[in-house]
Design a protein around this ligand. Structure first.
Ligand SMILES: Cc1cc2nc3c(=O)[nH]c(=O)nc-3n(C[C@H](O)[C@H](O)[C@H](O)COP(=O)(O)OP(=O)(O)OC[C@H]3O[C@@H](n4cnc5c(N)ncnc54)[C@H](O)[C@@H]3O)c2cc1C
Length: 412
């Protein structure tokens, strides 16, 4: 049987990532951010730029969690923008990629960012109709999307029933992107405490954030905890934590790579449409270096709201590997280089939540997850700014999107 070696983070290209010192004494700030994934760092960046004194508390190190080990596909789009001004929301979301591109250029973050299309093929006949519907929905919102009939979709060699293409999406190296943002917030003067688990958060006129080494007090706190939100009971109703898994092959030689699809399929994220199913829903990306990333196969629920499923899940790795071989029998002798998993979450209404927590005065939560948190998550700070500094601090489009996320941007 093929060996399926587990890796904690395949993308980390440094054996011992630099860590800032943990919090060892009490202190104050104008805003405390809990969690330094892409969402927490985005909030830190934007709020610091707005002139606030910002402290960020991270249990592990930046890049350890999902923000450092995702597939590198940046889409800011939802399946559904609701009925209230969906064009405005879709346009704001689409602009998120421009904002990321400018941020990466301004901060000189080298993470292989590139614009590329995103393909969603129907992997079953039943999904052909879904493909047409989704393409029509996006195109109707003014987004660059279209459906491609089965006979014209030739990016993969397994059978499909047509596809949707969303043009003008992006990709980036996950670990380098989040580590680059870490360096940028440090340069801006954000105080980052890595290796510092927050044990309690108490709202009030001054919020109290407690850690084993000391307590931070601030007029505002932002909880950017994604699937880990459930460790705080007052956030449990907001989302369901779960796990998703992926595997990667050794670099394929050109002959083997050509059995997967044409050379122009390189570095495209191709994702089963799977709007109406979960268990047999897979995605793939044949990277420029010849490695095939293949993942999905359903999510694994967390065993309890305050605990995550294991990153190492042999049964799931076997399931994904089996499907990869079913689609591409030519990969039978190809070695699997690494397998891993990471926490994601599904929010209660399937849309991002950026909102004041009712039970805790001056505590805001930012959960933009839903399995594709990078495009929007990197823009979370723009939304949170409207809650921390008030409605006048953000433009009309941002305010509309914040409202869609459940936030109420009161006048400052
Ligand atoms: C295999 C895989 C593939 C994926 N592919 C994609 C993709 O291609 N595109 C995409 O958009 N999304 C993808 N995702 C999802 C994406 O990674 C997440 O949506 C995104 O990283 C969430 O960012 P975040 O900052 O909200 O959360 P996280 O990155 O989970 O950050 C939360 C942080 O909170 C910290 N924390 C937890 N508890 C505490 C505590 N008590 N005190 C202090 N800190 C704490 C954690 O250590 C962590 O660093 C993928 C995820 C996985 C696992």
């Amino acid at each position: 049987m093929q060996a399926l070696p587990f890796s904690t983070n395949f993308f980390a290209d440094e054996p011992h990532p630099a860590r800032t010192a943990a919090l060892t004494e009490d202190g104050t700030a104008e805003v405390v951010i809990v969690g330094a994934g892409i969402v927490g760092l985005s909030c830190a960046y934007v709020l610091r730029e707005a002139g606030l004194e910002v402290a960020v508390v991270e249990r592990d190190h930046v890049g350890f969690a999902s923000s450092g080990r995702h597939m590198g596909h940046l889409t800011p789009h939802m399946w559904n923008y609701g009925s209230n001004e969906p064009h405005v929301l879709a346009a704001w979301a689409h602009g998120c990629l421009d904002w990321i591109e400018e941020l990466l250029a301004r901060e000189d973050i080298d993470c292989d960012f590139a614009r590329c299309p995103f393909w969603l093929p129907a992997a079953t006949e039943a999904e052909a109709e879904v493909v047409r519907r989704v393409a029509g929905y996006y195109a109707g919102l003014g987004l660059p999307a279209r459906s491609v009939p089965a006979e014209d979709f030739d990016l993969v060699t397994f059978r499909t029933w047509g596809a949707v293409v969303l043009e003008d999406q992006a990709r980036a190296h996950p670990y380098r992107m989040v580590r680059g943002l870490r360096d940028a917030v440090l340069r801006k003067g954000v105080r980052l405490y890595e290796g510092t688990p927050v044990t309690s958060v108490e709202g009030g006129r001054r919020v109290t954030v407690t850690t084993p080494g000391g307590t931070l007090r601030a007029p505002k706190a932002v909880l950017a905890l994604n699937a880990y939100s459930g460790q705080f009971p007052f956030l449990r109703g907001y989302m369901t934590p779960m796990h998703t898994y992926t595997i990667v092959t050794e670099p394929l030689d050109e002959d083997t790579a050509s059995t997967l699809g044409p050379p122009r399929a390189r570095d495209l994220l191709i994702y089963d449409m799977a709007a109406d199913r979960d268990e047999d829903h897979f995605y793939q990306r044949l990277r420029g270096d010849g490695r095939l990333f293949f993942g999905g196969g359903g999510t694994t629920p967390a065993p309890a709201p305050d605990r995550m499923a294991p990153d190492r899940n042999e049964a799931k790795f076997r399931h994904i590997h089996g499907e990869m071989l079913r689609r591409y029998p030519s990969l039978g002798n190809v070695r699997i280089e690494a397998c891993w998993g990471g926490p994601i979450c599904a929010t209660v209404h399937g849309q991002p939540i950026v909102a004041q927590v009712p039970e805790h005065e001056n505590v805001v939560t930012a959960i933009v997850g839903n399995g594709n948190g990078i495009g929007l998550g990197t823009n979370a700070g723009r939304l949170v700014k409207g809650l921390v500094l008030g409605a006048d601090a953000v433009d009309v489009g941002t305010r509309a999107f914040l409202e869609y996320c459940g936030g109420v941007a009161d006048a400052a």
